[in-house]
Design a protein around this ligand. Structure first.
Ligand SMILES: Nc1nc2c(ncn2[C@@H]2O[C@H](COP(=O)(O)OP(=O)(O)OP(=O)(O)O)[C@@H](O)[C@H]2O)c(=O)[nH]1
Length: 423
């Protein structure tokens, strides 16, 4: 991927009718493979007002299309296995065929009891215009399902992929279905729905689902496939939501403290999710990295004596970081989010969120401190630094105390923030 710095480049503004998942993917790392993203380091850095050109030649200014630099999840510890290693489909070569089920589905992860849950024969479909009800309630006619053995007899030349997919599950077992593409269908009354194409292990028909609204998502469609690129995902309409797991910081968020960038981070996460039109901030009441506000104030006093944030906690007989992430896992799972793009610089947070759960951090989205971003870009914070549209309170923190706090995070807590050489 080649990037150039052309400040006067005319902005490519995404048409407003594009669904969110497409807007999401119109970012500078458009063609990045998800598999690849797990093995990169985090050194990539651009100005938010630059534009990048990609393999397609299409240019997407960062500030217009995706207001955050996205950095691959750098693997800090050789003993830790990222999602790509613990989850075999990430590491396998891409053998998926359009006719075969997703690599890790369906038999292993879908319980037969789930599939046996009775489903109403016909669900009422709510649409605003009664004229269109008829067509929505009358899906394309499909012949009765045939058994796999019948199917194989009828189609001896069926592809090996479909044959093995069918025989792997077998005619007698419950069928499993997976979505291969989702697309927005506008209708004459101005409403729209999302048409989903399904393949399955029982027959070779392309069955359909008419899905109304954004709330219902296909798990198989959104699941990251081995070696796929962002473009592959755009084409089939897949999406991975942006998430931030934020720890409470009264001083930084309410108290205007310049000791940390917690308030700035919360505002930036909210801004990005507003810009993207989707996302979730899980706000954990783990003040002071879990030690509480009172103890954090004592830690501040020790920091004023010269101890860093880690040492100050230890001197107070606390752990350097006492936070846990099981509740965040439970909240994410309640929200139906098993795959997320996590806004964080903290590799420990990624490990904790994935630990003993189905949640996978598909991508780490970096949070660059604004003051360091300005330094890296050679900008004067007062004069040149652009406060991005949609910022909650324009909170930008800077100063020597913040620099020291951030450096300790990098040097002692493995945070993945590029430190400007001048700091
Ligand atoms: N004990 C202690 N906690 C602090 C201090 N400054 C901020 N915090 C707390 O640190 C927590 C935020 O953690 P950070 O290390 O800044 O960031 P992180 O959440 O680990 O990582 P990111 O996802 O990259 O933001 C909040 O709970 C703050 O209240 C401090 O000086 N001492």
């Amino acid at each position: 991927m080649a990037c150039d710095i052309s400040m006067n480049e005319p902005a490519v503004v995404a048409p407003s009718y594009l669904p969110r998942n497409v807007l999401d993917h119109m970012n500078p790392f458009f063609f990045k493979s998800h598999h690849h993203s797990h093995s990169h380091s985090h050194s990539h850095s651009h100005s938010h007002s630059h534009s990048c050109s990609h393999a397609s030649g299409t240019r997407y200014p960062h500030s217009q299309q995706h207001p955050v630099r996205q950095q691959p999840y750098a693997q800090p510890h050789h003993h830790h296995q990222p999602a790509s290693e613990t989850n075999p489909p990430h590491t396998q070569s891409n053998t998926a065929s359009p006719l075969s089920p997703p690599a890790d589905t369906p038999t292993a992860s879908v319980s037969t009891s789930d599939l046996q849950t009775p489903v109403p024969q016909r669900t009422a479909v709510h649409v605003l215009n009664p004229l269109s009800v008829a067509s929505y309630n009358t899906p394309p006619a499909t012949p009765p399902l045939v058994s796999v053995s019948q199917l194989q007899q009828q189609t001896p030349a069926a592809s090996p992929a479909s044959h093995s997919a069918a025989s792997a599950v077998g005619a007698e077992t419950d069928p499993v279905a997976w979505c291969t593409a989702r697309a927005r269908i506008p209708t004459p009354d101005g409403s729209e729905y999302f048409l989903h194409i399904y393949e399955n292990t029982r027959d070779k028909k392309e069955h359909l689902a008419f899905v109304f609204g954004d709330a219902i998502r296909s798990q198989s469609l959104d699941k990251v496939q081995p070696n796929e690129t962002e473009m592959d995902r755009v084409k089939r309409g897949a999406y991975v939501p942006l998430a931030r797991i934020h720890s409470e910081c009264f001083t930084g968020e309410i108290g205007h403290s310049a000791r940390c960038d917690c308030g700035e981070q919360l505002d930036e996460a909210i801004r990005l999710m507003k810009a993207e039109g989707s996302g979730v901030v899980v706000y954990l009441r783990q003040e002071g990295r879990g030690i509480g506000l009172g103890e954090k104030l004592k830690a501040y006093n020790l920091q004023d004596l010269g101890y860093d944030t880690v040492m100050a906690n230890l001197l107070l007989n606390h752990g350097a970081d006492e936070r846990t992430y099981e509740v965040a896992q439970a909240i994410l799972q309640d929200l139906g989010l098993n795959q997320i793009r996590l806004l964080t610089n903290n590799p420990d947070k990624i490990e904790q969120v994935e630990k003993n759960s189905q949640i996978r951090v598909v991508e780490r989205v970096a949070m660059m401190p604004k003051s360091w971003e300005a330094i890296e870009q050679g900008l004067d914070m007062e004069m040149d630094f652009e406060v991005k549209e949609g910022a909650v309170e324009n909170k930008i923190v800077r100063g020597k105390e913040l620099d020291r706090y951030l450096k300790v995070k990098v040097e002692r807590m493995r945070h993945l923030i590029p430190v400007p050489t001048s700091i």
